[in-house]
Design a protein around this ligand. Structure first.
Ligand SMILES: *Cc1c(COP(=O)(O)O)cnc(C)c1O
Length: 423
C-alpha cells in the first residue's frame, strides 16, 4: 500500500462480521479461564491482554497503523509526546549513560533531557546540527547509548541531515532516534534514511484537531542489539524483573525494543493513552495525508507573503527557495515540509507581542499543527524557562513568532496577518 492508503487501511483489518471501525475496548482488564492462561501472559510466553496499564487492543491497532506509515517493525502509543521521547531514550540509556542530541529540538524535549533525565543520571551532549564532523565525533563517549534529533525542529524549523547523523550513530554502535512530529510520515520517513527509532507527538498533525494529547514510538527493527551487547545489556541479558527473559533473544531484533518498553517501562510508569483517545487519534490519522497537503500549501503561500512584507524582519520556512535549510528539505521532504513558519516582527519582542494581540483569525495558543491557525511567542511561553544563552542554543530568538497555518482558506489567513502587521 502507498502511504496515503495506509492512513485509511493500515493497522486494523476487521474479520468477517466484525466492526468496520477500530473498536473502542474501554476495559481495564481482560478475563481468563485459568490462572495458568494468565500466567503465560505475565511470563511473555503467550501474547494477549491482561491489564490496560500495559497494553490495550484499541491502542495496538492504532500503533500498528503508525508503524506501517513509518515503515517500522513494531510500535506503541504513549499518553503524550513527552512520554514517547522519555521512553525512547530511557529504554536504552539509564544511570551512568550518555546521549548525543541535536540542540535544535523541541523546548520540552530539551528540558526533559537537560534537567529531568540528568537528575536520573543520564548525561547529554547537545550538538549544533550544523557542527563540523570533528565536533560531532568529539560529542561521543564510550558510554554513549543513542543519538537524538528532530526532522524539522519545533519551533526553529531547522532541518536535520538525518543520513549524516545516522552514519555517526552507527559508526559508534548506537541507534539514531528521530522525532518526526512536524514532517509526519507523509512527508518524511526517517527509517528510509537510516534512523532506527522514530517517535511522534501525535498531539500535532496526527490527531490534527486539538482533541487528544498522545505520543508514538516506532522501532525499525533494524538495529542489531546483540551485535553491541556490551552497550545494551538490558536488551541482551536476562531481565530479572521478567522471569529472566532476554528480550533480544526471545523477541528478535524486530521485537526486542518495543517489547521491553511495554513490559518494563509501561508496566512501571504507566504512561498509556486511553482507548477512547486512541480512537480519536485514529480518526485524525485517516485524513492525515489529505490534511498535510493543505497545511503545506497554506504554509508555502503564507511564508511567501511574509517574505515580501515590509514589517517582517526575517522568515524561516524550509519550503522557501532561499531558506537556509531548503536544500535539506528538498532532499528529505521533496513533497513539501509542514504548515509551521517562524518569523520575526520588525521592532523585536514588544512588536511581536503587539502584533499577536491584533490578530483575529489566528488565535494565541500553546499549540501547533492542527486544523485552526494559531500563533505563539516561544520566548515568553514554551521556552520561558530557558536562559538567553539556552534560547540561542535552541535557535529561538526573542522576536520570533511561531505561526501554525491551519486548514482555512489561505486568503483569510493572509488577510488576518496583513492587517495585524499593518496595525
Ligand atoms: C509537542 C511536541 C512534543 C511533545 O509532545 P506532547 O504531546 O505535547 O507531550 C515533542 N516533540 C515535538 C516536535 C513537539 O512538537
Amino acid at each position: 500500500m502507498k502511504t496515503d492508503t495506509k492512513c485509511i487501511e493500515g493497522g486494523y483489518v476487521p474479520g468477517n462480521g466484525e466492526p468496520r471501525m477500530v473498536p473502542i475496548i474501554q476495559s481495564t482488564t481482560f478475563k481468563y479461564d485459568t490462572s495458568a492462561d494468565m500466567g503465560k501472559l505475565f511470563d511473555l510466553e503467550a501474547s494477549g491482554y491482561f491489564y490496560t496499564r500495559l497494553q490495550n487492543p484499541t491502542n495496538d491497532h492504532v500503533a500498528a497503523k503508525i508503524t506501517a506509515l513509518e515503515g517500522g517493525a513494531a510500535g506503541m502509543l504513549t499518553s503524550s509526546g513527552q512520554a514517547a521521547s522519555f521512553f525512547s531514550v530511557f529504554n536504552i540509556a539509564s544511570q551512568g549513560d550518555h546521549v548525543v542530541a541535536s540542540s535544535a529540538i523541541y523546548g520540552g524535549t530539551f528540558n526533559l533531557f537537560n534537567v529531568t533525565m540528568r537528575r536520573m543520571g543520564v548525561d547529554f551532549t547537545f550538538v549544533d546540527p550544523e557542527c563540523s564532523d570533528e565536533e560531532l565525533e568529539k560529542a561521543f563517549r564510550p558510554n554513549t547509548k543513542a543519538v537524538f534529533g528532530e526532522t524539522i525542529a519545533n519551533p526553529s524549523l531547522i532541518v536535520l541531515d538525518i543520513e549524516r547523523f545516522a552514519k555517526a550513530a552507527h559508526a559508534h554502535g548506537v541507534p539514531l532516534i528521530i522525532d518526526n512530529t512536524f514532517a509526519t510520515p507523509i512527508h518524511c520517513r526517517p527509517i528510509e534514511w537510516g534512523a532506527d527509532i522514530v517517535i511522534h507527538s501525535t498531539t500535532k498533525y496526527m490527531d490534527g484537531h486539538d482533541a487528544t494529547v498522545g505520543g508514538a514510538i516506532v522501532d525499525s527493527g533494524r538495529f542489531d542489539w546483540s551485535a553491541h551487547s556490551d552497550k545494551f545489556p538490558s536488551l541482551t541479558t536476562p531481565d530479572e524483573s521478567y522471569h529472566g527473559v532476554t528480550y533480544a533473544e526471545k523477541f528478535g531484533q524486530e521485537g526486542a525494543y518495543i517489547t521491553k518498553a511495554t513490559a518494563q517501562l509501561m508496566r512501571d510508569l504507566g504512561a498509556i493513552p486511553s482507548p477512547m483517545n486512541c480512537f480519536i487519534l485514529n480518526l485524525g490519522l485517516e485524513s492525515l495525508a489529505v490534511r498535510i497537503k493543505r497545511h503545506t500549501e497554506n504554509g508555502q503561500k503564507v511564508a511567501e507573503f511574509l517574505e515580501g512584507n515590509k514589517n517582517v524582519s526575517w522568515v524561516r520556512y524550509p519550503g522557501l527557495k532561499n531558506d537556509r535549510y531548503h536544500a535539506l528539505a528538498e532532499k528529505y521532504m521533496p513533497d513539501g515540509t509542514c504548515g509551521v513558519i517562524s518569523f520575526g516582527v520588525k521592532g523585536g519582542r514588544a512588536a511581536a507581542e503587539e502584533f499577536m494581540k491584533k490578530l483575529r483569525l489566528a488565535i494565541i495558543a500553546t499549540h501547533v499543527a492542527d486544523a485552526r491557525t494559531c500563533v505563539l511567542h516561544p520566548a515568553s511561553s514554551t521556552h520561558r524557562q530557558l536562559s538567553d544563552d539556552e534560547l540561542k542554543a535552541c535557535s529561538v530568538l526573542p522576536d520570533m513568532v511561531r505561526l501554525s497555518c491551519g486548514l482555512e482558506d489561505p486568503e483569510d489567513i493572509i488577510a488576518d496577518l496583513s492587517r495585524a502587521l499593518e496595525a
